[in-house]
Design a protein around this ligand. Structure first.
Ligand SMILES: Cc1cc2nc3c(=O)[nH]c(=O)nc-3n(C[C@H](O)[C@H](O)[C@H](O)COP(=O)(O)OP(=O)(O)OC[C@H]3O[C@@H](n4cnc5c(N)ncnc54)[C@H](O)[C@@H]3O)c2cc1C
Length: 284
């Protein structure tokens, strides 16, 4: 009987489980299917990569593919699982050599989450990014470089990165204005990253306050903190920030209530009316 532990998704959850399984039962076959090229990466560092505090994509890897293989895990990058047949105990996999059926004894689906883009009209336009994974971080950062910079060399991660996206965004004129949809911690961290590049940042949040899980008291502190930095000179690590408007306060921090407190909740109206199709092009 074929009894491999099959994992779908090669990041934090999938590889933690695969490694644990190998530790507990070294003789068991463990197969991890990852549809992309990156594995064991740190999403949490991607805003800081865009900001420039993290220099290279490779710095965001916990384990290299070679180290994973050394653990006895059969890692298959570039393999997307398309279907599960629980009756047969198989998954259908699309790999570089075509489709095949992989039997499993136990199956873990660790495919993560993704940014919700529906029903935002125009979310697929050039210049609209979602922050998920190292390829999207690379594309965003490449977009910030002046076209004279070799973006592919500058982002690093040569062995795995989506070079087509990096080169395409690297050729585009960098933005002066950025709209961020969503004021959770990722949106706030990205606001900080873009502000550090001297961009005019507008953050749209549909709730009453930023970082909703934490409540209004924390949200006010979060909104105040970048406000204190708004006149600080932008960091310049040899990257092309000089063409942009520097130190300009963003709308996030300009908006305050009658007592001068930041009022991120006011962005709800802007979110509802500011994202009609085609507007995204104006961010470039
Ligand atoms: C910008 C950003 C910042 C974050 N910051 C923090 C932070 O500061 N602190 C914190 O605790 N958490 C943070 N998080 C959340 C954290 O990154 C996630 O909780 C964590 O990555 C979840 O790991 P995961 O393995 O479940 O999913 P993911 O990391 O999403 O990995 C899922 C993997 O599955 C693959 N996959 C998907 N479908 C298939 C398929 N059909 N076949 C094969 N492979 C597939 C994907 O390519 C991906 O590699 C952040 C997330 C983001 C996006």
């Amino acid at each position: 009987m074929t009894d491999p532990f099959v994992v779908v998704g090669g990041d934090a959850a999938g590889l933690s489980a695969a490694s644990k399984c190998k530790r507990e039962d070294p003789d068991r076959e463990v197969v991890v299917f990852e549809r992309g090229q990156w594995v064991s990466y740190a999403h949490c560092g991607t805003p800081y990569f865009v900001k420039g505090e993290v220099e290279r994509l490779g710095d965001l890897l916990s384990l290299s593919p070679e180290e994973i293989t050394e653990r006895g895990i059969d890692l298959r990058r570039g393999h997307e699982v398309l279907a599960v047949d629980t009756e047969a105990g198989t998954v259908t996999v699309a790999g570089p050599g075509g489709h095949f059926e992989q039997p499993y004894g136990d199956l873990l689906i660790a495919t993560g989450a993704h940014a919700l883009t529906d029903p935002i009209e125009g979310h697929d336009l050039d210049g609209v990014h979602t922050m998920h994974g190292l390829d999207s971080a690379a594309a965003v950062r490449a977009h910030l470089f002046d076209p004279s910079v070799d973006a592919r060399a500058a982002v690093g991660g040569e062995a795995y990165v989506d070079t087509e996206a990096v080169e395409r965004y690297g050729r585009m004129a960098p933005p002066e204005t950025v709209a961020i949809v969503g004021g959770g911690y990722v949106g706030v961290e990205m606001a900080e990253a873009f502000t550090a590049h001297g961009l005019d940042v507008h953050l749209f949040q549909r709730g009453d306050h930023l970082v909703p899980p934490f409540g209004e008291a924390v949200a006010d502190r979060v909104a105040e903190t970048p406000g204190e930095r708004r006149h600080a000179p932008p960091r310049d690590r040899g990257r092309p920030t000089d063409r942009r408007r520097r130190g300009r306060p963003s709308s996030l921090w300009r908006r305050r209530d009658s007592r001068g407190r930041p009022r991120a909740g006011r962005y709800r109206h802007q979110a509802e009316h500011g994202l009609a199709g085609g507007h995204a092009r104006r961010t470039r």
